[in-house]
Every structure is written in C-alpha cells, then in structure tokens.
Design a protein around this ligand. Structure first.
Ligand SMILES: Nc1nc2c(ncn2[C@@H]2O[C@H](COP(=O)(O)OP(=O)(O)O)[C@@H](O)[C@H]2O)c(=O)[nH]1
Ligand SMILES: [Mg+2]
Length: 462
C-alpha cells in the first residue's frame, strides 16, 4: 500500500537526515521534491498546493528544537501535516443513544459496499454491538444473496423484505427494533456512474430511515476519480464519513490523501484486502507514518522529546565525553528511558534494529533490580565505581535485596555501556543513538546486549 509514494519519501528523507544545517533554499528544494512526489501519486492538485504551503511556512519559521536535527524537524512537520491532510483524528460512528443506530452505505457499483457492510458488521459485533444487515440493493438479483452469504460468514442476520429499496430499508429498521439489534447497516445499490436516478433513490432511502451515519464507499484504486465521486455524493447526500476500500492495491495513495480535504468528510474505515477481517478503523497518524515509510520512528522522536530535557541530555553527554559518565547518570538515563514506556515496544519501533534484539525478551524486573542496586550505593560509589570493593559489594547487595553476583554483573555492564557510549558520542562517528537523533546515552542495546546482569565477571576494583 502506497509503495511508490513511500519510496519517494524515503529517498527525500534519507538525504535530509544527514544534514546538519538547512538553508532556506534547502527547504524550498525539499518542498519541490515532495510536491512532485505527491502529484505523481495522483494527489489532488489543490490538496498538494495547500499541503506544500503549510509545510514550507512551518519549516521556514521553525525554531529548531534542541532535541531534533533540522532534518528531523522537517520530517516531523511533513508528518504532522500529512496527519492533518488525512483527517487528523480517527473518525467515529455516531452511536444513537436511542438504538438502533442506522448506518447507510452508499457508493458506485463495485466500490465494495456490500463487502464493506459485512466487514463493518463484523467489526462492530466484535466491539459488542448487535448488528442487522439490510439488503436494499434490489438492482441486481444476486446482490441480496451476496450479502446473505457474507452475513452468514460473519454471523450477522440479513434482512431484505419489501417491494422497493425504500420499503426494505424502513422495514429493516423496524425489524432491528423488534429484534433488539443496536446497529442497522443498510447496503444500497450502486451504478457504474453517478446518475440522477441513483442519487434520487439514495435520497429517498435516507429520508425513510434518517441515518445517523451515511458512509460513502470509494475504491482507492480509482485515484482521482474516487475523489470526484466523493465530491458529487457529498453534495447530494449528507455524508458523515468515507470508507476507503482496496487500499491494499493502491500503490499511489492519491485518493486517500485527497478525499478528506476535498470533501471535508473523514475517512472512517479502510478496506485492506478481500478477506472479511481485512478492514480497520482509519487512523490518520498511523497511515501517515506508513506513507512516510518510517515505521513508528516518529512516535519514538516524540516520546524522546517528552521524556528528555535536551539540556540535561547535553550535560550528560558532555560529562560522558570527558569520561565522567557515572552510575548516577546511568540511573538517571535509565529512569528517563523507562518513562518512555515498555522497552520492548520502544525497541520494536526503531528501524534497522537487528532481529535478535527485536525478539529479545526484555525483563522490566531486571531494570527494577538495577535501579535498586544503584540506589543502594553511596554518592561517592556512584560517581566512582572503582572504589566498590568486595565488602562494599556485599553491603550493596544486602541493601538492594540482590546478590553480589548481580551487583558484579551490573558493574560490568555499566563499564560496557560507558565504553559504548563513549564510542557513540565520539565526534565524527555515528552510532545507533546518534543516527536516531536520540539523546546520547540512550543506546538500548547496551542494556540488553550480551554480558547482561547474571553473567560472570565484575568491574575491576582499584
Ligand atoms: N482487494 C480488495 N478487494 C476488495 C476490497 N473491498 C471489496 N473488494 C472486492 O471488490 C469487489 C466488489 O465488491 P462489492 O462489495 O460487491 O461492491 P459493491 O458493488 O459496491 O457492493 C469484490 O470482488 C470484493 O471482493 C478490499 O478492501 N480489497
Ligand atoms: Mg453490492
């Protein structure tokens, strides 16, 4: 999904990431490249124009946050604007306090209405709702049968009794009331193209059932055409949201990126495959990250920003470079890192992390133990671990409720970490922490790598 666009962004950002300083004309160059990438991806011209305008304005005026490089800053702005273009927050169905909630599905023939109706029913059922599917597509003889088959597969009853679509829909809502179903999903007929008859029928169905939500189902693979269709429907029916289908086959992303801004209606759900479970709530932020092809690295940048005071980190880095990194700093950094959330989650967000590390089980209890050990040391011991001799180790182990082996292991690990950090922060050399733009001292592998607590050995005592 969005492969070609992702590739373009990847190339643009790769060049950007390496830059220390960005001039005004660098920013203009980047903006031009992004503009081309979006146009190639079949994004609506108006949408591209306003997107680029916003990115440029913000990038030029950005006061550079201390914790981010200029390149990262621009990536962050592009990401945020992309999220906004995709609709900002995740759209939600209106749940009528007086059930049943009525959801009307509209769209062209073949856009995926019937499939989406069943998929949505499945999703809502999993969310604890009791759904009734209503087949109001009486155009094609097989349409109701198709819905019945799908309904059976997702375990949701299908209703279709009445002389015309309006009657079927109205009866369907009454039936849901009678059966005590919370949600009614009305599948309607489509045409190959927008025509007056279709719109008229839809309007009459709408008037008859007064839907809480009217969702337009559009095929993402049709690109700009999907956007034109959406615009036409938005004018006629009071759309509340959009279901974007066949996103799995959409390498460009034009429809996805344009439809919200052009119609003003949020994309609420996305069809991402033929199977009934290939359907999800549409999350603009996750989608933007996916388009930018950066895993969740942006989430990581944000978390790092929140947890770290840039100056603090700088001070620690300076001490580090002078060889003054102490157990106190170690404890401090570790605590900050833990504030960022479960380590396993963080590690899996890093791009380019070796598989072994991704899969490694990180023991949060282990970190608690490390914290306890350091806390049982005196200030002097934390600043100068070389003074920690045998009897001090016994005392520390007792104080922290650990064993001397565990104290030994930590001291050994600390030594490894400080050596590694020293290498990472050496000017001109790029280590993991550096490349990520994370504050120094935040190399996760150091805490989980070989020779971790439990291993033999110890810090040489003075
Ligand atoms: N790959 C893929 N195919 C889909 C998706 N949604 C629907 N389809 C397929 O699109 C075709 C038309 O779907 P259908 O629900 O009958 O469209 P309708 O005419 O609007 O009711 C069917 O072959 C579906 O399997 C999707 O998200 N991904
Ligand atoms: Mg259909």
């Amino acid at each position: 999904m969005f492969d070609s666009l992702s590739d373009r962004f990847d190339g643009i950002f790769k060049r950007l990431r390496g830059r220390g300083v960005l001039t005004e004309s660098d920013i203009d160059d980047v903006a031009r490249e992004i503009r081309l990438a979006l146009l190639e991806a079949d994004v609506n011209v108006r949408v591209v124009k306003s997107f680029i305008g916003r990115v440029k304005e913000r990038a030029h005026g950005a006061d550079v946050a201390k914790s981010l490089t200029p390149g990262q800053q621009v990536i962050k702005i592009v990401h945020e604007e992309l999220v906004a273009t995709l609709g900002g927050t995740t759209g939600k169905l209106t749940m009528n306090p007086k059930p049943p909630t009525v959801v009307l599905m509209a769209g062209l023939q073949g856009s995926g209405k019937t499939t989406a109706s069943a998929k949505l029913a499945r999703l809502l059922e999993r969310d604890g709702k009791r759904v009734l599917l209503v087949g109001a597509d009486l155009q094609r003889p097989a349409a109701v049968e198709q819905l019945r088959v799908l309904g059976e597969r997702v375990g949701v009853p299908v209703f279709s009794v009445g002389a015309d679509p309006v009657e079927v829909a109205r009866n369907g809502v009454a039936e849901a009331e009678r059966l005590g179903r919370n949600v009614v999903i009305v599948d309607t007929a489509g045409r190959l193209q927008i025509d007056a008859d279709l719109m008229d029928e839809l309007a009459r169905v709408r008037d008859a059932v007064q839907p809480d939500d009217s969702l337009l189902v559009v095929d993402a693979m049709t690109g700009q055409e999907a956007v034109n269709v959406a615009e036409a429907f938005a004018e006629t029916v009071d759309l509340t949201g959009i279901v974007l289908t066949k996103l799995d086959g959409d390498a460009r992303g034009g429809a996805a990126l344009s439809v919200k801004e052009v119609t003003g209606r949020p994309i609420m759900f996305a069809g991402v495959g033929e199977k009934l479970e290939d359907f999800e709530a549409f999350h603009p932020d996750r989608m933007a990250s996916r388009i930018l092809g950066m895993g969740d690295v942006l989430t990581l940048i944000e978390k790092a920003e929140q947890a770290f005071d840039a100056e603090d980190a700088q001070a620690a880095a300076d001490r580090l470079r002078k060889g003054e990194f102490t157990l106190e700093d170690f404890l401090d950094q570790m605590r900050k890192m833990r504030k960022m959330g479960p380590l396993q989650g963080l590690i899996s967000m890093l791009p380019g992390v070796p598989k072994e590390l991704r899969d490694a089980q990180i023991d949060e209890g282990e970190l608690t133990r490390i914290e306890a050990i350091i806390c049982s040391m005196t200030g002097e011991e934390r600043r100068n671990p070389t003074i920690i001799d045998g009897s001090r180790r016994v005392r520390i182990a007792k104080g922290s409720g650990t064993s001397t082996q565990q104290v030994n292991a930590l001291l050994k690990q600390f030594k490894q970490v400080s050596q590694m950090i020293k290498q990472m922060t050496r000017p001109g050399k790029k280590g993991k922490g550096r490349r990520m733009g994370l504050p120094p001292g935040m190399d996760l592998s150091a805490l989980t790598g070989p020779g971790g607590p439990g291993g033999p050995g110890g810090f040489p005592t003075g």
